[in-house]
Design a protein around this ligand. Structure first.
Ligand code: PHE
Ligand code: FE
Length: 295
């Protein structure tokens, strides 16, 4: 595999992170080695086995419909034929994390940036920054879903707007991304399931988020999420649960401008906080989940 071009490192609220060129790059597919393809295969097979019964039906159906397989690292050009026809989205190759405004602009125009390089065999369980496996396996399948695809594009437009309002608005909006796109859970008929990309691309967190008694699982509440800080160095202390992608779209439809203004005068909460009024989900005695409203 070619070397990714890191430009410099920078201290940000996500830690000391590498800064990459913001250029769109062609996926250097021919440069992937047998080891790279093997890392993809191992991660793909391991995650699919864990995710059947844990990831949302929408995610699993979309992933199959895209034609991703464990056999080899997919070619972006081939995925794009399917993706464009389904929802108008396409994947573009990038070196790594992008500056916020560049990222929002891509999303608003239905371009999802995917890091072209993949982790090494020594990094199967954890990597501090997004790589091809996280971006492609984790984020791209749900872009096949019309509702989720609309949500992501709306998020991009909202990001451009928040960027114009100021850094505090961006902090609030980024928490929404974190607790939905990256670490969201969804309530299905038969219990809680995963749809967040940060979870589906992690073996440990895919099990932890549903099976561990430790984290809170709280019903989606927009302003509550925007006030909740998050951890980047551990499994999440709190997951927020949506009823459906339609609920997510409906709840995020209103103009956020007055919400940002209101939140600017309010405190944020540590990641693990449970508040009066939170709709907390508890594991039921059988397969199901209950929340306070059901008891
Ligand atoms: N409605 C939001 C706004 O006015 C935009 C948005 C939509 C943000 C969906 C996130 C997700 O800013
Ligand atoms: Fe991500």
């Amino acid at each position: 595999m070619n070397e990714p071009r890191r430009v410099e490192h920078q201290q940000t609220d996500k830690g000391y992170v590498p800064v990459y060129t913001t250029d769109v790059v062609e996926q250097p597919w021919a440069s992937y080695t047998a080891t790279d393809h093997d890392v993809w295969r191992q991660l793909y097979e391991r995650q699919r086995e864990i995710l059947v019964g844990r990831a949302s039906d929408e995610f699993l159906i979309a992933q199959d419909a895209m034609g991703m397989t464990p056999d080899a690292i997919p070619k972006f050009t081939e995925l794009n034929t399917v993706l464009r026809a389904a929802t108008g989205w396409e994947v573009i190759g990038v070196e790594g994390l992008l500056p916020e405004l560049t990222f929002f602009d891509h999303l608003a125009n239905r371009r999802f940036p995917v890091t072209w390089w993949i982790r090494t065999p020594g990094q199967l369980d954890y990597l501090a920054e997004p790589d091809l496996f996280h971006d492609l396996f984790g984020h791209v399948p749900l872009l096949m879903n019309p509702l989720f695809g609309d949500y992501m594009a709306a998020y991009g437009r909202g990001g451009v707007k928040a960027h114009g309002i100021g850094p505090e608005a961006l902090v609030n909006l980024t928490r929404l991304y974190w607790y939905t796109v990256e670490f969201g859970l969804i309530k299905q008929k038969d219990g809680l399931r995963i749809y967040g990309s940060g979870i589906v691309s992690s073996k440990g967190e895919s099990i932890h988020c549903l099976e561990s008694p430790a984290p809170n699982r709280i019903g989606f509440d927009l302003e509550r999420i925007m006030r909740t800080r998050y951890r980047i160095d551990t499994y999440q202390k709190t997951y927020f649960v949506i009823d459906s992608f339609a609920q997510l779209i409906e709840a995020t439809e209103p103009d956020f401008t007055p919400i940002y203004a209101r939140l600017a005068t309010q405190d944020s909460f540590p990641a693990g906080t449970v508040l009066d009024g939170d709709q907390v989900f508890h594991r039921g005695s059988g397969a199901g989940w209950l929340n306070d409203g059901d008891i």
